[in-house]
Design a protein around this ligand. Structure first.
Ligand SMILES: [Zn+2]
Length: 109
């Protein structure tokens, strides 16, 4: 991976992190707005369903965000772009496609 590819990858990760942070903030405000609804039984049912979905999405977003910020640090380290399992160099196209991974395709299987 050359300097240009590294820069491209890092800016992609930063962009994705901003997007996730925005979605997390939105999901949170959506959930708290829902909680303020009155006691219409059908609204409660909607709330139960959608809040469990929101929580799942929120948890997924948060763990992706954690992996992305970990990878930003990783890309600045001496092990940047090296598979954590077999130590081979991960092709930059794989990192661009799956920016939150630290393993090559063969090790991911
Ligand atoms: Zn590997």
């Amino acid at each position: 991976m050359d300097a240009l590819e590294l820069r491209k990858l890092k800016s992609m990760i930063e962009h994705r992190m901003e997007q996730l942070q925005g979605e997390i903030a939105e999901a949170k405000s959506f959930t708290s707005k829902k909680l303020e609804q009155d006691d219409d039984p059908s609204a409660d049912l909607d709330l139960t369903i959608s809040s469990s979905v929101d929580e799942k999405v929120l948890a997924d977003h948060k763990s992706e965000l954690k992996r992305l910020s970990r990878n930003l640090l990783w890309l600045d380290s001496d092990d940047a772009g090296l598979c954590r399992v077999c130590d081979c160099e991960i092709p930059v196209n794989r990192l661009l496609a799956v920016p939150d991974t630290q393993v090559c395709i063969s090790c991911a299987d």
